[in-house]
Design a binder for this molecule. Sequence first.
Ligand code: 5GP
Length: 119
Amino acid sequence: LHAPYDPQNIFAKILRGEIPKVTVWEDDAVLVFMDVFPQSEGHVLIISKTSTARTLLEIEPEVLATLIAATQRTAKAVVKALSPDGFSIMQFNGEAGGQTVFHLHFHVIPRWTGRDMKG
Ligand code: 5GP
């Protein structure tokens, strides 16, 4: 949980434009982009462009407020665009917590009644 930020993590590379992404929304503070291995149609990720927090433990509260507001806006946009029956907000911390990319991020995963999650 307490390792240093690795500037070679995939999301750092995405932020530097070193690997391609499908952008949904971007401003000075946040990047919203499509998950490349979506668990359902419309699975998107929300990350800070300014913070190098790896987990929820490290993020500055002001940056977290911006991120969670962006996550809410994203959820609203996804619901409007795809009309899911529900959605999941997910956020994992540490390998044992299910985290695989160590740049803090929120998942918005649309869900449909009777449709299984992929992966
Ligand atoms: P975590 O388990 O760390 O919360 O989730 C990391 C997410 O990043 C996973 O859902 C995975 O599919 C996604 N991901 C991994 N590599 C890439 C990539 O290169 N591009 C994009 N857009 N998403 C990625």
